[in-house]
Design a binder for this molecule. Structure first.
Ligand code: NAP
Length: 330
């Protein structure tokens, strides 16, 4: 029996599963994240932690939790956790890959179509009673998607799922970047691995699907955006700080790129000043990539299943530092 702290609302079913596994669960059934001080106090005597991406699990939190054996993040991205520090302390960390891949790719594609065809602007225009007559060249002319070139920055699970939609649904040519070549998308979709400048130069739509790391933080600055076509759109469903928002606003205002669709923001939940007021060819969503009821429930279940395995001395299916398990299970 272990003591588990759940930092925020994850649904009763997932919490019950933890209790059914025999754990004592302290469930903070709230949607507002804790302050760093509150989190440090809450983890003092716990063995397991279930957290969301809005909980920063840094060295201060890890140091405040001498009994902590495992952290289960309810997200695939884990830039909120100091994985290196956890590993050095022998603390297992897990995430929730796969269960959210298709849902997030659907959202990326929804945003891509929404920006290309200016759906939010059209909705606002219509509701404001501005539609007076059909015109051959209306004020809200959009961009074609079918047959265009889609650049995937970060051809991982979600990037590949976006690429599949683009290639098979919309006849798009696929270019990509990643650390290593991805033979499945190359063979099945004819995708080509290119350098980032080449991808930016050729793509009509650029979809960001990398994790947030020191290398990808501010990967998209004004300098990067200037390498894109003036007719191209940027879609970010990865993490906000990958794009320097001030620079993106400048790029949109100056027509450096045609448009952008953002699901994530540099200083979430806020948007850079000026961005909220900028309505033309900019689509924004409040971090909804994986936000369907089915997928969010699966994410909570996956996190809890990982924690139950880890606390039972088994290898968590989605361990990010399995070496900790190997060392502790010797
Ligand atoms: P993944 O399978 O690990 O894919 C990430 C890909 O990025 C990998 O292919 C990796 O290449 C590539 N990569 C890493 N650093 C790179 C760099 N500097 N330049 C180019 N490519 C780089 O992860 P995933 O499951 O697809 O998720 C991707 C990210 O999406 C997550 O980390 C998360 O932040 C974000 N996300 C957002 C939402 C949302 O709600 N908006 C939902 C889910 C996920 P290699 O494979 O060659 O190493």
């Amino acid at each position: 029996m272990a003591k588990v702290f759940v930092t925020q609302h994850i649904g009763d079913a997932a919490v019950q599963r933890l209790r059914d596994a025999g754990h004592v669960v302290i469930y903070r059934d709230e949607t507002v994240p804790m302050t760093p001080d509150e989190l440090q106090t809450a983890v003092r005597s716990v063995d397991g932690l279930v957290c969301l991406l809005t909980d920063r699990v840094d060295t201060a939190v890890l140091d405040a939790a001498p009994q902590l054996k495992m952290v289960a993040n309810v997200a695939v991205g884990y830039d909120n956790i100091d994985l290196g520090a956890a590993t050095r302390r022998g603390i297992l960390v897990s995430n929730t890959p796969d269960v959210l891949t298709e849902t997030t790719a659907d959202h990326a594609f929804a945003l891509l179509l929404a920006i290309a065809r200016r759906i939010p602007e059209a909705d606002t225009f219509m509701r404001a009673g501005k539609y007076e007559r059909f015109e051959l060249f209306p004020p809200l002319l959009g961009l074609d998607v079918y047959g265009k070139t889609l650049g995937i920055v970060g051809m991982g699970r979600i990037g590949a799922a976006v690429a599949w939609r683009g290639a098979l649904g919309f006849g798009m040519k696929i270019l990509y970047t990643a650390n290593s070549a991805k033979t499945a998308v190359e063979q099945e979709l004819g995708a080509q691995k290119v350098s980032l400048p080449e991808l930016l130069r050729q793509s009509d739509f650029v979809s960001i699907n990398t994790p947030l790391t020191p290398e990808t933080r501010h990967l998209f600055t004004l300098e990067t955006l200037r390498q894109m076509k003036p007719t191209a759109c940027l879609v970010n469903t990865a993490r906000g700080p990958i794009v320097k928002e001030d620079d993106l606003l400048t790029a949109l205002r100056e027509g450096v790129i045609w448009g952008a669709a953002l699901d994530v923001f540099e200083a979430e939940p806020k948007m850079t000043a000026g961005l909220a007021e900028y309505r033309e060819r900019l689509v924004v969503a409040p971090h909804l990539g994986s936000a369907t009821g089915e997928t969010r429930r699966k994410m909570a279940e996956t996190a809890v299943a990982n924690l139950i395995a880890g606390l039972a001395g088994q290898k968590p299916p989605n361990a990010l530092n399995p070496q900790v398990w190997r060392e502790t299970s010797r």
